[in-house]
Design a protein around this ligand. Sequence first.
Ligand code: 0PR
Length: 388
Amino acid sequence: MEEEGIPSERIMKELEERTRYDYTYDSGRILGSMISKPHKFAVEVYNKYLERNLGDPGLCPGVTELEKEAIMLIGSLLHHPNATGNIVTGGTEANLMAMAIARNMRNDVSKPSIVMPKSAHVSFDKASCLLRLRKVKVGLDNRFKMNVTELRKSITKDTVAIIAVAGTTALGVVDPIEEISEVAEENNIYLHVDAAFGGFMLPFLNEIGYETPRFDFSLRGVSSITTDPHKMGFCPIPSGGILFRKKNYTKYNSVKVPYLAGGITTQGTIVGTRSGASACAVWALLRHLGRKGFRDIVKHCMSLTDYLAEKIKYLEGVELTIPPTLNIIGIRSKEHDIRSIWKKLREKRWAVGGLKESLRIVVLPHIQREHIDAFLGDLQSVLRELRT
Ligand code: 0PR
């Protein structure tokens, strides 16, 4: 570190220079990310309340109240306006919190295990590692949904939680949560729904006339839901959401913090010092966009998704893995190695998701028709190159 500080203008210039080759949402080249450019109004609110720390809620009673209301607003989308929870750092923290609660609720189990579909996000592998939970991975059916018959067979006296996904990371698939909820109820097991991506999509898709499966608190077996405002909620990173059906769940993961400037508090979140700005931005954007605002964005994403899906059908050498449920498209190939397609697209500066068996495109609001057309043109030439 230098002895003398450097003028801010010089540093800003250097920053600009150093990040010149980073991908930006505005370029339309980020086609495989679950995150989009945050909404302008959310950014304005976030910047204004940047200094607020929800780790010491007694210092910001106003923002503390807004966090509760943000959770209730999200809860109203998920058929539970009285839900409790937190605006957290993201889906990983949300999933970890749910797993900690599910495990700690049960003092009758010596080797706790969690049962999840093979399609579950890696954050559950982290939860398993951090919380010493044995993982049981259930196979998928031919539509890439959790196989419920196999789920039933996988449950033992050591199962502390079942995980179902509403919008899988690879393909945007929604597990049969109505049935899974019944299994959870019959066996009296905690059911966590990971709707990190689908949580802000499914309610609005339903409102614009798409047939969507039930996945939320309207199903009695659902104990908690992850739904991330920094994904389809268009809020700045970090903003995740964890919602619990019952207020008393949080006693299983909360600790008392007795020394804060704002007074005694309890914390159930994993991080201590945490962004009040995120909570303000979520609260503000939900109210600013309203249901209609979200519906319009979802309409844009879905019509482009349908357009892209239709075009893929006519390309030689690749095919859709399945018809899309959400704004996520999986592209696979019988002829070519997926990794080679991914690499060649990357050389042409397209950032698509590269899973082992498929490419992943997530159609978010920063993507326009002209980006899709340019991408299709390049994909076609990549496939031609690979054939020769
Ligand atoms: N649950 C699901 C279903 C997810 O897809 C993700 C993230 C999480 C939980 C965890 O959320 P956080 O990352 O907020 O902790 N899925 C994205 C993915 O793996 C994360 C991501 C986002 C990756 C943007 C790349 C990217 O450019 O695809």
